[in-house]
Design a protein around this ligand. Structure first.
Ligand code: FCB
Length: 481
């Protein structure tokens, strides 16, 4: 079974339940990423990353925003840790900035970079919050990009070296590890469409990058197993595209996008080989000679759980070549395509309601996704490593942020997760994206995903109603009224 199979939606469509209880062991928390919150991009010996370069490129980011200051989290670590306590978070997923650890992507660990993450981990543990480390959330050291970035096989080896440094620095205290966040975005938005750093628009390069990211994952898992204690848990986080579409051509369109977006990663990582149809669909672009003998074996490493990021669905069919083409794939349009070899798949505008990203709100997609992954990978626990929503929040005169849209979104998606658990899925936890409003990549600060509002002029944090609601959920492990 794959995610593109026929609809699996349960017969209770509303998803606005309350009172549902999660087991004590179910981990509930929130997530962030280094470049989106830290700021302080030249502090502590940090080197430049591809996102510093890209965000300085005119026209690349809405309003010309950059992550130079972001939430200034680097300088406000203790206060932000206390904020997490006030919400009652059980777990906090953060990413380590590679150029803080290795400013030019090679060589020994930068002690100041290590010290920052060490302080973060200690601060979490002292407060009873479980750290979940992501090694790569898109901020490649610029020096490595200058040497070819993810189109170069060497970058995968560099990543394994970096993973070893972080494991040696934090492995005595961090038990839960993720290699890559959403390698689909790194490869196909970064090197294909050009909407993300490094902003390249080269179909062949995007497929090459995809493979080297997969290889980096496999090599890093091997290194983590060598360096970490046996009880450490190792995972990867993927952004699955949940595909809909009922037209005659939709099965073919779903198959193509499922191959590029989902099976390009689950294939080698979890089944040990690239899908034959993916190779065939892209044969005119590349001969796949970047896959060397033995690579798929390296990529195919046992994992302790699979990280699942989910926001919305996509509805597809083959473009008939005549009617005006729809492009509603949820990704910012840029100069190239993120769908090499399948550019003729049409992404249809879907039924609302929508978040301010224009993404449709579809909790049934999360339930279907978890159930289908559970069926495809029996024995592999799942964790929702990101789910959340952007809305145009405002602070009311009384100082409160009444983000009813986000609260409703979270209620529906926690309900969907609960229904998946009831249907037998081994779901271990749920991390809301995001703790803080932050730098939303190509959209800069124009999109707010936080359960905590950030005033970017003053850096004042205000817990939104959705944050209080999440705190209440965690408190009783029960979806509140
Ligand atoms: C995911 C990213 C995360 C954030 C959310 C909205 O694709 O992993 O950093 O941007 O989308």
């Amino acid at each position: 079974m794959t995610i593109s199979d026929e609809r699996l939606t349960s017969s209770r469509p509303d998803y606005r339940d309350s009172g549902l209880v999660f087991d004590d062991g179910f981990l509930i928390g929130s997530a962030t990423a280094a470049y989106q919150i830290e700021g302080a991009v030249t502090a502590g010996g940090r080197g430049p990353s591809i996102w510093d370069t890209f965000s300085a490129t005119p026209g690349a980011i809405t309003n010309g925003d950059t992550g130079a200051v972001a939430d200034d989290h680097y300088n406000r670590l203790d206060a932000d840790l206390d904020l997490m306590v006030s919400l009652g978070l059980e777990a906090y997923r953060f990413s380590v900035s590679w150029p803080r650890i290795q400013p030019s992507g090679v060589g020994p660990a930068n002690p100041e970079g290590v010290a920052f993450y060490s302080r973060l981990v200690d601060g979490l543990l002292a407060r009873g919050i479980r750290p979940i480390v992501t090694l790569y959330h898109w901020d490649l050291p610029q020096a490595l990009e200058d040497a070819g970035g993810w189109t170069s096989r060497e970058t995968a080896t560099r990543f394994a070296d970096y993973a070893r440094l972080v494991a040696r620095a934090l492995g005595d205290r961090v038990e839960v590890w993720t290699t890559l966040n959403e390698p689909w975005c790194s490869a196909f938005l970064g090197y294909g469409s050009g909407a993300h750093a490094p902003g390249r628009t080269d179909a062949e390069a995007s497929l090459r990058a995809m493979h080297h990211l997969n290889l980096a994952h496999g090599l890093a898992v091997q290194v983590l197993r060598e360096e970490l204690p046996a009880h450490a848990e190792v995972s990867v986080t993927l952004n699955f595209h949940v595909l809909r579409g009922e037209d005659a051509s939709s099965p073919e369109a779903r198959r193509r996008i499922d191959a590029l977006a989902n099976r390009a990663f689950t294939g080698p990582m979890l089944h040990g080989e690239y899908p034959a149809d993916l190779r065939a669909d892209t044969a005119a672009i590349t001969d796949w000679s970047f896959v060397l003998p033995g690579d798929e074996r390296i990529i195919h490493q046992p994992l302790d759980f699979l990280g699942v990021n989910y926001y919305s669905t996509a509805t597809v069919r083959m473009w008939d070549g005549a009617s005006p083409r729809q492009h509603a794939d949820g990704h910012k349009a840029a100069g190239g395509t993120p769908w090499p070899g399948s550019e003729h798949v049409e992404f249809l505008v879907q039924d609302g309601p929508y978040t301010s990203m224009g993404w449709n709100i579809a909790p049934d997609g999360l339930e279907d996704l978890l159930v289908s992954l559970g069926a495809e990978f029996p024995g592999l626990p799942l964790m929702v490593t990101e789910n959340g929503a952007a809305f145009d929040d405002e602070i009311d005169a009384d100082g409160r942020v009444r983000d009813v849209g986000r609260l409703d979104y979270l209620r529906r998606h926690f309900t969907a997760a609960h229904r998946a658990i009831e249907r037998g899925v081994d779901l271990r936890g749920y991390l809301v994206w995001s703790l803080l409003d932050n730098f939303e990549w190509g959209y800069g600060y124009s999109k707010r995903f936080g359960i905590v509002h950030v005033d970017y002029d003053t850096q004042v944090r205000t817990v939104k109603d959705s944050g209080r609601w999440l705190g209440a959920l965690i408190d009783r492990h029960r979806i509140p009224e």
